[in-house]
Design a protein around this ligand. Structure first.
Ligand SMILES: *Cc1c(COP(=O)(O)O)cnc(C)c1O
Length: 406
């Protein structure tokens, strides 16, 4: 669907001027993804896995690998194959709690995947069975299992609380059962995406503590999942250092093996700054702009959860003060609507180009071909992302604004 060109440009203006594109253009910033990955690898007090679903672009995965991300959270057999083909040495962890037997079998026997998550006894049985030696029927001896527990999403913009994870009544039994099938047992959870407070992790780690204490089994790894925030208009999170510090502190208070590992699985925080997109206004109707990408394209979250992405006009001849606009996407239904508000010059009109920022996570990855739209050229740009948590521009809050660490 995307055609990758080798071209590199200074910024979105240069792209719009050179290409005058009829279709949207995805602008990638490898330097921004590299910077985010380096920050996580150097500052998170444990291992950093990249959650591939946030953006599976091969170029991005290679940038993250070069920046020191060696472990990848994959959730489908297609993601297993993709990352294995790109990175023969990477450690792949199959962290979807409901997998098919065929996917588990292929991942284990053909792609060297040892780490699997689960949240039910049925899934445990599936994993153990699918990883048997096909000739002898012997069970695998090198499985690394990870029990997913359900935690609250109350601090997050997008909930992941209802679908997966066993509850506190089931967790001890499942931990004990899983322990019988592996020498390395972990607990994982996901606090929901774009967690706006570090306390999300405190709550989840408290639940983890309760489950482990009740099960009284040896735990070798705690995986605090994803949920680390990026920055968007109206959503400025506390510094990531506060999240890391509070997680570190609460991890050390858990009743786990003395050499237990701490993992995290960021998706959004590693790649949100990687991409932006150029769109063109095809028609203006009062304060509504009809643009050539939308709810079935990279603006899924703008349409479905009212996310406000940063925008800027790319024309030099717009003079009017900024006004608030809503967007319609290119398909034929009313649902292809992004309420915003998106502030743009009041004299913007059909034919003008706009850059929409912070689409590296769950943006570029969401594009479909619905209704014949979805084509996009992909180019590299070298300027700064429209917003950043990693460019050094955010000063640390004063001491009395920092969340208190209990
Ligand atoms: C989606 C997902 C992630 C990444 O979440 P972000 O909010 O993008 O950081 C991590 N782990 C699992 C199991 C996921 O499903």
């Amino acid at each position: 669907m995307h055609s990758q060109s080798e071209a590199s440009f200074a910024d979105a203006r240069a792209v719009a001027r050179a290409l005058q594109p009829d279709d949207p253009v995805i602008l990638n910033r490898p330097h921004a993804a590299r910077r985010a990955a380096k920050f996580f690898v150097e500052s998170f007090p444990g291992k950093v896995l990249y959650a591939v679903k946030a953006n599976p672009a091969p170029d991005l995965i290679e940038v993250l690998w070069d920046a020191g991300v060696t472990h990848y959270d994959v959730a489908s057999i297609a993601e297993v194959r993709l990352v294995r083909a790109l990175l023969p040495e990477a450690v792949l962890c199959f962290m979807h709690p409901i997998k098919t037997r065929g996917a588990i079998r292929e991942a284990y026997h053909q792609h060297g995947v040892k780490t699997f998550s689960l949240d039910s006894a049925e899934e445990l049985e599936k994993i153990v069975d699918a990883c048997r030696d096909p000739e002898t029927g012997e069970p695998a001896r090198d499985l690394r299992l990870c029990v997913r527990i359900r935690v609250s999403s109350e601090y997050s913009e997008l909930s992941l609380a209802s679908k997966f994870g066993c509850d506190l009544l089931e967790a001890p039994g499942l931990l004990q059962q899983s322990r019988q099938h592996c020498d390395w047992l972990g607990v994982c959870f996901h606090v929901g995406s774009q967690a706006m407070s570090p306390f999300a992790y405190v709550q989840a780690l408290d639940r983890t503590r309760a489950a482990i204490a009740e099960a009284s089994v040896v735990i070798d790894m705690i995986d605090v999942g994803g949920g680390f925030p990026s920055i968007y208009p109206g959503m400025e999170p506390p510094p990531l250092e506060d999240y890391f510090q509070i997680i570190h502190q609460h991890f050390y208070a858990l009743p786990v093996a003395y050499n237990a590992e701490l993992w995290c699985e960021p998706g959004r925080a590693l790649c949100a700054e990687y991409s932006s997109m150029i769109v063109r206004v095809e028609r203006r109707r009062s304060d509504e702009l009809y643009i050539n990408d939308g709810a079935y394209g990279a603006l899924y979250d703008a349409a479905h959860v009212g996310w406000r992405f940063p925008v800027r006009a790319l024309e030099d001849d717009l003079r009017d003060a900024s006004e608030d606009f809503a967007f319609y996407g290119p398909t034929c239904d009313d649902a292809d609507y992004m309420a915003g508000p998106f502030p743009l010059p009041g004299d913007i009109q059909a034919g003008d180009y706009i850059e929409i920022g912070m689409l590296g996570a769950y943006g570029a990855a969401m594009k479909t071909g619905f209704n014949g739209f979805g084509e996009a050229e992909v180019v590299t740009v070298t300027d700064e992302p429209m917003m950043s948590l990693f460019d050094g521009s955010r000063v640390r809050p004063e001491a009395d604004n920092v969340v208190s660490l209990r």
